[in-house]
Write a protein that binds this ligand. Structure first.
Ligand code: BJ8
Length: 425
């Protein structure tokens, strides 16, 4: 990081010693995972910079936003509509929970056997290590899984949490209920920000977030080519950065990158070998800086062509309709878009398995790797439905269960390599 941000971190109340330890680990890991890739697109430079400044420049921007009276809202789930927060002049940040941190403190308030993602977000707060957390005026939780639902009660002891109740079916009464939840959320956001959401502000915000999703779709379309212009690891990084970077700047940077990638496709400059197995990754989200499985796959002989996960297609695949005159009409469109997210908390969740079959065809995938976090019941159990559907369609699948530790890396690599050998082109 270029500047001295220590006074800022101190003013946010971070535990500087523990924070230093994190910052000492991240850059070398990033160097190993990202900077050693061959033939990277030049325009990845921006994303390297943003990652490098993850606790620096972006936090400074959020502080400047707050100094002008703006609010920052943190979230952990792609069910939290950014459109609403933005329409009230707030900034929504996805709080990273992709690294094992503060375990000693966490295990005083949570059971040991709980998924890494939940442990991580609690650890960041209890150990005072995440400057994003400390910038947040409000955290939005959700009732997607039992672990999160109960953990948010505890988190509320430390920071105000608004919990969105997420329906777990998609019947008409569930849709109506979800719309009501978003009406309440909109009022909460108006109260916290002190700003009224108007039809104009909501329309503008829907368009801006649609633009962000569209550019990610543009990038992903390019991954359908035989010549792959970008690695899966770089794509995942961009998808992770999408959750905390400035919306308009991010959109413009990804557009610029897509132009370079289009040229690469035309010139036949890929990051893959023609015989690299093409893999779709599916399962629990991979929050920054969780790159373990992607790195294991791509440091074997394969290349990832799509992520059917919330740090991937589920985040950007559907747009919100830009029709509608009143706030309620637009809110209804927002509700309609978000309820189609194929999270394993839904029952049944056939949309996800159908989508995987469609994606395997469109992205010319040779196989699918289903990755669940250990102790994540929804995804570990749903792996059975994924397996059954893919088997019916003759699509090879590897099921893995892991956490944020590195101890199983060797064993996972052996299993991944055996799978790749089996599906070799
Ligand atoms: S919409 S996938 S981001 S809930 S891994 S905490 S489910 S026990 S993360 Fe998710 Fe929203 Fe669904 Fe997406 Fe629980 Fe499982 Fe842990 Fe999870």
């Amino acid at each position: 990081m270029g500047n001295d941000y220590r006074p800022m971190w101190e003013s946010l109340g971070l535990d500087l010693e523990a924070h230093d330890q994190l910052l000492n680990v991240l850059p070398p890991t990033y160097g190993d995972v990202y900077l050693k890739q061959e033939n990277r697109p030049d325009k990845m430079e921006y994303f390297d910079f943003v990652f490098n400044e993850i606790h620096g420049l972006r936090i400074q921007e959020l502080q400047e936003h707050k100094a002008k009276g703006g609010k920052v809202v943190g979230a952990y789930c792609v069910f939290v509509p950014e459109e609403i927060v933005r329409a009230a002049g707030g900034v929504l940040v996805g709080l990273c929970s992709g690294v094992e941190i503060g375990s000693a403190q966490v295990e005083k308030v949570l059971p040991k056997n709980i998924c890494s993602l939940i442990k991580s977000f609690m650890g960041f707060k209890l150990a005072r290590i995440c400057p994003y957390f400390e910038c947040c005026d409000l955290i939005v939780g959700e009732t997607t899984c039992d672990g999160k639902k109960k953990a948010f009660e505890i988190l509320n002891d430390y920071v105000p949490v608004h919990v969105l109740e997420i329906p777990q079916m998609r019947r008409e009464k569930d849709r109506q209920f979800w719309f009501g939840e978003l009406q309440d959320f909109l009022k909460t956001v108006e109260e916290y920000t002190g700003n009224k959401i108007t039809p104009e502000s909501l329309r503008r915000s829907i368009k801006e977030i649609n633009a962000k999703r569209s550019v990610l779709l543009r990038l992903n379309e390019l991954r359908k080519n035989d010549v792959l212009p970008i690695s899966g690891k770089d794509s995942l990084l961009i998808e992770q950065i999408a959750m905390y970077d400035d919306v308009d700047r991010f959109t413009s940077q990804v557009n610029g990158l897509c132009e370079e990638l289009e040229t690469r496709v035309r010139e036949g400059k890929g990051v893959n070998k023609p015989d690299s197995p093409r893999i779709i990754l599916t399962g629990t989200p991979m929050a920054i800086p969780n790159w373990k499985v992607s790195h294991l796959i791509e440091s074997s002989s394969a290349i990832i062509v799509a992520e059917e996960m919330c740090t991937g297609l589920r985040y950007f695949e559907n747009l919100v309709s830009e029709e509608g005159e009143s706030v309620d009409q637009m809110l209804k469109s927002i509700a309609d878009r978000y309820i189609e997210t194929n999270c394993a908390c839904f029952t049944p969740n056939e949309g996800r398995t159908e989508e995987l079959v469609r994606l395997a065809k469109e992205y010319k995938a040779d196989g699918v790797i289903n990755c669940s976090l250990i102790f994540c019941d929804p995804y570990m159990i749903e792996a059975n439905r994924v397996e059954k559907t893919l088997k019916d369609h003759g699509i090879p699948l590897l099921r893995i269960e892991t956490d944020y530790g590195q101890e199983d890396s060797g064993q996972l690599k052996t299993r991944i390599e055996a799978f790749l050998e089996m599906i070799k082109r």
